[in-house]
Design a protein around this ligand. Structure first.
Ligand SMILES: [Zn+2]
Length: 324
């Protein structure tokens, strides 16, 4: 929201006119903007309900606010210089005129020096490399721009806290991407991140653990139901299997099977048991690969659940498990 108390101008969508109101139209009292509403301090009349600050984003600290210039895209944490870099082009000037040979040689020398002066410190150069790597990983995982920027913000915080020293940039970038996925609720497993990252699963996990422990990230627990729905759609199982797997997830949560266990493993176990109950064709290996866990894990979770299911729901004992 705005840092200013009162919006300097508003926009009336119906009439399409820009309104500039700083006094109440009824009693001429002072208007105060809070929580997206402009209200009068005297009589409480709500004058405006804009959640956007339509004023200019600059603030001038000098008296002449005559013509402050601004240009370019909004700032982004996904670039080492927050998107404020400037490039010296080739061959043509700003108006599209061809440069003379003498000028071109001059510009070429400037470009050379510009490239050298780009990094102020080694840390900044590393940050640029990391930002590029994070952008590449998030693009390969088809994650939204928001997650990419979140990952870059996490990486910057880690660099500020001196967590990168002694660890590879690849480890920490992959860890940041996974952490950003968890923070934003985008479901990606460590294995999926490791597949496109330039490091192993163990390294991704290490990077994530360091970031999580040292930066105190606000990461919600993974919901097993989300994982089940994802694995189920990739296995292309029927709706009844999917529904049954969700029911099994509820049983697993109630009986405490999810405590201290890998959510992917539990989700895989639920789905595999549901598949077997309904005779859907899906192998342990297939589900294990999707969930990024070992086949043994799927089997263990499956056996636990099967015993538990027997205790709580005897109706499912007559299911066609003999098919397998
Ligand atoms: Zn008023």
């Amino acid at each position: 929201m705005s840092l200013r108390d009162i919006y300097e101008s508003g926009f009336d969508e119906e009439s399409g006119k820009t309104t500039t109101a700083t006094t109440c139209p009824e009693c001429s009292g002072t208007l105060v903007t809070e929580g997206g509403e402009s209200s009068c301090t005297e009589c409480g009349l709500i004058v405006d309900e804009h959640r956007l600050d339509h004023g200019p984003e600059w603030r001038s600290f000098t008296d002449d606010e005559t013509n402050p210039k601004r240009t370019g895209a909004p700032l982004t944490p996904a670039r080492h210089d927050r998107g404020l870099s400037s490039e010296i082009g080739f061959g043509k000037d700003g108006k599209g005129n061809i440069l003379s040979g003498r000028k071109r040689r001059h510009i070429s020398r400037l470009r050379h020096q510009h490239g050298r002066a780009r990094w102020r410190t080694k840390a900044e150069q590393n940050l640029a490399h990391a930002c590029g790597e994070i952008t590449r990983i998030t693009a390969a995982l088809e994650l939204p721009r928001m997650v990419c920027e979140e990952a870059c913000t996490i990486y910057r915080a880690a660099q500020k806290e001196n967590l990168i020293r002694g660890r590879s940039i690849e480890t920490m970038t992959a860890g940041s991407v996974y952490a950003a996925c968890r923070c934003r609720g985008s479901l990606r497993t460590i294995s999926e991140v490791a597949e496109v990252a330039l490091c192993t699963r163990q390294k991704v996990r290490l990077g994530y653990r360091v970031l999580n422990a040292e930066l105190g990230l606000q990461i919600p627990a993974v919901d097993i139901r989300d994982l089940i729905l994802r694995f189920a759609s990739e296995c292309e199982v029927s709706d009844e299997v999917r529904y049954r797997a969700l029911g099994l997830a509820r049983i697993a949560e109630e009986r405490g099977f999810t405590n201290g266990r890998n959510p992917s493993g539990v989700a895989a176990g639920c789905l595999y048991l549901a598949c077997r109950e309904f005779g859907a064709y899906c192998t342990q290996t297939q589900i294990a690969r999707l969930a990024g866990v070992a086949t043994t894990t799927v089997r263990e979770r499956y056996c636990e659940l099967r015993e538990e299911r027997g205790n709580c729901n005897p109706n499912t004992e007559s299911t066609p498990e003999s098919k397998f």
